[in-house]
Design a protein around this ligand. Structure first.
Ligand SMILES: Nc1ncnc2c1ncn2[C@@H]1O[C@H](COP(=O)(O)OP(=O)(O)OP(=O)(O)O)[C@@H](O)[C@H]1O
Length: 448
């Protein structure tokens, strides 16, 4: 049974019988897999410290060692690794127990090379899909408690958010970029009676006034050049649910009266179509801009502001929520090591201190990016400060043209500096020679 396509898979064999180890190993290697063997539980654990495996064949009877407790230790050390129990016919009951404890399958000894390879191929095929699914499910499960916090300001915000979630009040979420405004909006929708209906996001800065009108309210065929098909728009899509206007401060001024009318009367017209339509939509909005100041400057309508900020929730920046930094970092770490199958397991003391001492200008988004990168590059179980790459803080070395850097690092540094010296985002975009929506995307990408 030679594989027809190229096979990949890193396999750990754990058995106290050297003959079985040799036979299994040569059989798997012949088919293109890479395999390593361990004669005992501790040997297997030692290998896991330095190597990443996708699949493990574990003999449940390893001398005096208890196979089930070895299984548990291997699973906690490498939760992404699928484990197939190898057992004698007389011990099938134990194999069932092992599957209940997290093993994926079992193989009865003696088995033929074809049986071994069939099980291997099946496990390696389903492994990545299953672990991605597990990660997603984990994220979803955590969404319920993702908003736990030990910070008093954040706790008060969350309490208000939960109280008003089930009313239809429009809510404005304020906070620096990356503080989790979008995440909170989604949670409010989830806590509301609209939870089973759509949650639709419109990212305001990414669209011009014309595109925004058509995106929100839809257009009829031929309404403007290029409108070859009619569309219903996001408002229609969100009917019965929630419409989240991200970065509402960038909502085009010329379109604000139409939004105001929709919020007040729940009525609108598509572009090029005189029929008045209705949609039952709850509005949540977010911004990191000072809308009061924009009203003063004539860049945002006062009546619209009073419609969208019936309730205002102000998310504190991460540096003011130091109680939550390590909890969030550990949650991200669990998620990413599971996704990428990497060896990092925990932050060492120095790394914890570095995480707590950093000022997190990009807030939770930056923390998430840092942990993701760390989970990939850290080659060991305990994460040290050097793996975090937090060296380029203000006062640290500033990337300069000509240094041995990736282009991205230079771009990030330049955008950061221009943003810091610009009064508005529009001004920064003009200086950089890119449009506001590109700047918006790059800020997100770099966690600025
Ligand atoms: N409580 C949380 N738990 C886990 N992840 C979070 C949490 N809050 C935010 N995040 C993550 O941080 C990142 C930024 O969150 P989000 O987009 O909600 O921030 P934002 O304040 O809306 O940012 P921006 O103002 O730039 O749009 C996302 O990847 C999000 O998944």
């Amino acid at each position: 049974m030679k594989p027809t396509t190229e096979v990949t898979g890193r396999i750990l064999l754990v058995d106290d019988d050297p003959v079985i180890l040799r036979t299994f190993r040569s059989c798997l290697e012949e088919r293109g897999y890479s395999a390593m063997s361990a004669g005992s539980g501790p040997q297997a654990e030692a290998l896991l410290q330095h190597h990443v495996f996708d699949l493990c064949f574990l003999d449940l009877r390893l001398g005096r060692e208890n196979g089930l407790s070895i299984l548990q230790r291997l699973r906690s050390q490498a939760p992404w690794m699928r484990v197939v129990i190898v057992t004698a016919m007389s011990a099938v009951n134990t194999a069932v127990e092992a599957i209940k404890s997290g093993a994926s399958d079992y193989l009865v000894k003696p088995c033929s090379p074809d049986q071994l390879c069939r099980v291997t191929a099946k496990q390696l095929e389903t492994g990545p899909l299953a672990s991605r699914l597990e990660a997603l499910e984990g994220e979803l499960r955590q969404a319920g408690d993702a908003f736990g916090s030990d910070n008093p300001t954040m706790m008060a915000v969350l309490e208000t958010a939960r109280q008003v979630a089930d009313t239809d009040a429009n809510i404005l979420v304020l906070g620096e970029s990356g503080t989790g405004k979008g995440e909170l909006a989604r949670a409010i929708h989830g806590w509301s009676r609209r939870a089973k209906k759509p949650f639709v996001t419109i990212s305001c800065p990414s669209l011009s006034a014309e595109l925004m009108e058509s995106e929100m309210f839809g257009h009829s065929r031929g309404a403007f050049t290029g409108a070859t098909e009619s569309t219903l728009g996001r408002v229609n899509q969100a009917d019965g649910g929630t419409l989240f206007l991200d970065e509402i401060g960038d909502f085009p001024l010329s379109l604000q009266p139409k939004l105001l009318r929709f919020i007040q009367d729940k009525e609108y017209e598509r572009i090029g179509d005189p029929v008045t339509r209705q949609a039952d939509v709850r509005i949540l909005a977010a911004t990191n801009l000072d809308l009061e100041a924009m009203v003063q400057a004539g860049r945002f309508r006062e009546d619209l502001l009073y419609r969208i900020n019936v309730i205002t929730l102000h998310l504190p920046p991460l540096r003011e929520r130091s109680e939550d930094i390590l909890v969030l970092a550990e949650r991200f770490l669990r998620m990413f090591v599971r996704n990428y199958g990497r060896p990092a397991r925990r932050f060492g003391e120095a790394a914890q201190a570095a995480l707590l001492g950093y000022h997190w200008p990009g807030n939770i988004r930056e923390l998430r990016n840092v942990v993701e990168r760390t989970s990939i590059i850290c080659p060991q179980e305990v994460i040290g400060t050097s793996h975090l790459g937090l060296g380029e803080q203000p006062g640290g070395s500033v990337p300069r043209v000509g240094m041995p850097l990736r282009l991205e690092e230079l771009e990030k540094a330049h955008i950061t500096a221009v943003l810091a010296s610009s009064e508005t985002l529009e001004q920064a975009a003009r200086t950089l020679g890119i449009d506001a929506s590109t700047l918006y995307r790059k800020r997100k990408q770099y966690g600025l």
